[in-house]
Design a binder for this molecule. Structure first.
Ligand SMILES: *[C@@H]1O[C@H](CO)[C@@H](O)[C@H](O)[C@H]1NC(C)=O
Ligand SMILES: *[C@@H]1O[C@H](CO)[C@@H](O)[C@H](O)[C@H]1NC(C)=O
Ligand SMILES: *[C@@H]1O[C@H](CO)[C@@H](O)[C@H](O)[C@H]1NC(C)=O
Ligand SMILES: *[C@@H]1O[C@H](CO)[C@@H](O)[C@H](O)[C@H]1NC(C)=O
Ligand SMILES: *[C@@H]1O[C@H](CO)[C@@H](O)[C@H](O)[C@H]1NC(C)=O
Ligand SMILES: *[C@@H]1O[C@H](CO)[C@@H](O)[C@H](O)[C@H]1NC(C)=O
Ligand SMILES: *[C@@H]1O[C@H](CO)[C@@H](O)[C@H](O)[C@H]1NC(C)=O
Ligand SMILES: *[C@@H]1O[C@H](CO)[C@@H](O)[C@H](O)[C@H]1NC(C)=O
Length: 369
């Protein structure tokens, strides 16, 4: 028994020592093709003992949850690494930095939540392709991913796939350091708008896929962002475009540079119902109803006048009502006023007559005396 245990231990040591000659359990190794595949073997961790000749490494369809820098030590020659279809939720700092020749990294179909800001830091600037399709646990994880992408030196990256992640927004400056990026896939998310400075730094972009998202229109900001990437072909189909006044400038852009939009014939109105399935290219300014907006403004103005009239009328009625309630007091006041007026008038009149008649004035003075 003891001998057997020792033998097993020795065998394991041997596996380590002769990394290049043997193949880890659960994997298929081909030295001629420089390829190692560990596919759907319920692996919980990255296997140890992957041969150093490996250039293409596929560890897919397993149950790996965490990856860190110790996983890929000594694999200098790996250029293609696929870790898709695992359950990876955590990527530690500098996980891939020992893969000095890595060109393509596929992390699609995982559940990333904890992404260290320096997870994708690589010293040799060799990475060309990065696939995060369906890789995020939920759309909140995009904040961590954006930080990691900003911190990593990905200035040689050519392709980035972020499709099918349920993304609602793109953090600003997310792609800022990817000055070489040519292809950006954002299809099948729930992006509602392209906001200010989202596409900053992507001057060389040649392809942008925003199909199957939740874009209702491109507002001024969004159109300015599209102007940042003048060379890029655009995929904009399968979005719920709302053909009201706000979409006018977008339609004008389509009208003038429709050759930029690869799937321009698939761009149709989804709202309002009357225009459903109408191609955006066929929508004319007339139907957008922008002139209706002015009319409705006028209507609003008229409504407000009518309202003002009603309010004034109501105030008047209240005033009359108050007067009515006070009618006795007011009557009394008026009688009093009339009486005092009459007295004053009569007194005045009387005095005037006395003043104008010298006899009477004499009389009055004598009477006064
Ligand atoms: C790695 O690749 C280089 C050049 O492609 C080669 O010379 C070297 O032998 C490879 N390393 C191993 C361990 O096979
Ligand atoms: C960068 O990659 C080259 C091979 O392409 C290698 O010779 C060199 O050692 C690498 N540099 C670093 C810092 O890893
Ligand atoms: C990324 O991975 C998904 C799923 O594995 C695949 O369908 C897609 O084509 C890949 N993206 C690119 C740009 O290769
Ligand atoms: C996303 O996942 C995190 C971590 O489990 C959780 O805290 C957060 O509430 C989730 N967000 C949404 C929008 O589901
Ligand atoms: C779109 O993304 C969802 C997850 O967000 C996924 O379930 C669905 O299969 C994707 N559709 C396509 C066509 O890739
Ligand atoms: C976009 O952001 C920049 C600075 O962050 C600001 O100067 C500019 O006015 C913003 N543009 C719009 C349209 O909001
Ligand atoms: C699009 O262009 C056509 C002519 O090329 C023009 O008749 C039409 O009014 C334009 N539509 C819009 C919304 O600018
Ligand atoms: C819109 O067009 C699609 C296919 O082009 C069709 O399946 C759908 O029934 C149409 N909807 C309406 C409301 O016409």
């Amino acid at each position: 028994m003891l001998v057997f245990v020792l033998r097993v231990a020795f065998a394991l040591l041997c596996v380590h020592a002769t990394r290049s000659a043997l193949c880890p359990a659960g994997c298929e190794c081909s030295e001629a093709a420089h390829t190692v595949k560990c596919v759907s073997k319920d692996l919980q961790d990255i296997p140890t003992g992957i041969p150093a000749y490996t250039r293409n490494l596929f560890i897919t369809g397993n149950h790996i949850r965490r990856i860190g820098p110790e996983c890929f030590k000594g694999l200098d020659n790996v250029t293609t690494l696929s870790l898709s279809n695992n359950r990876i939720s955590e990527v530690e700092s500098h996980t891939f930095s020992s893969l000095r020749n890595l060109r393509s990294l596929d992390l699609s179909s995982n559940q990333l939540v904890l992404i260290h800001p320096e997870a994708f830091t690589m010293h040799n600037h060799t990475l060309r392709e990065l696939n995060f399709s369906r890789a995020l646990y939920n759309h909140s994880s995009v904040t961590n991913l954006a930080t990691a992408l900003r911190w990593s030196s990905l200035d040689t990256l050519l392709g980035l796939d972020l499709s099918s992640n349920g993304l609602i927004f793109l953090p600003p400056h997310m792609f800022f350091h990817m000055s070489s990026l040519r292809r950006l896939h954002l299809a099948n998310n729930s992006i509602v708008a392209i906001t200010n400075e989202t596409l900053l730094g992507l001057e060389h972009l040649e392809e942008l896929d925003l199909s199957h998202n939740a874009l209702k229109t491109f507002n001024k900001e969004g159109l300015m962002e599209l102007e940042r990437i003048p060379k890029a072909k655009l995929h904009l189909g399968q979005n719920p475009y709302t053909c009201t006044c706000g979409i006018e400038s977008f339609i004008t852009l389509l009208n003038t540079s429709w050759d930029r939009v690869v799937d321009v014939e698939h761009l149709v109105c989804v709202f309002p119902v009357e225009l459903r399935n109408i191609s955006l290219l066929l929508v004319r300014k007339m139907v957008l109803g922008c002139h209706h907006v002015e009319e409705s403004n006028n209507l609003a103005l008229q409504t407000s006048y009518v309202f003002l009239g009603i309010v004034l009328g109501f105030v008047g009625l209240m005033f009359l009502f108050v007067l009515y309630l006070n009618r006795k007091g007011i009557k009394k006041r008026i009688y009093e006023m009339r009486d005092t007026c009459r007295e004053m008038w009569e007194g005045y009149h009387y005095r005037y007559e006395i003043d104008s008649d010298p006899r009477l004035s004499q009389l009055s003075t004598s009477a006064d005396v």
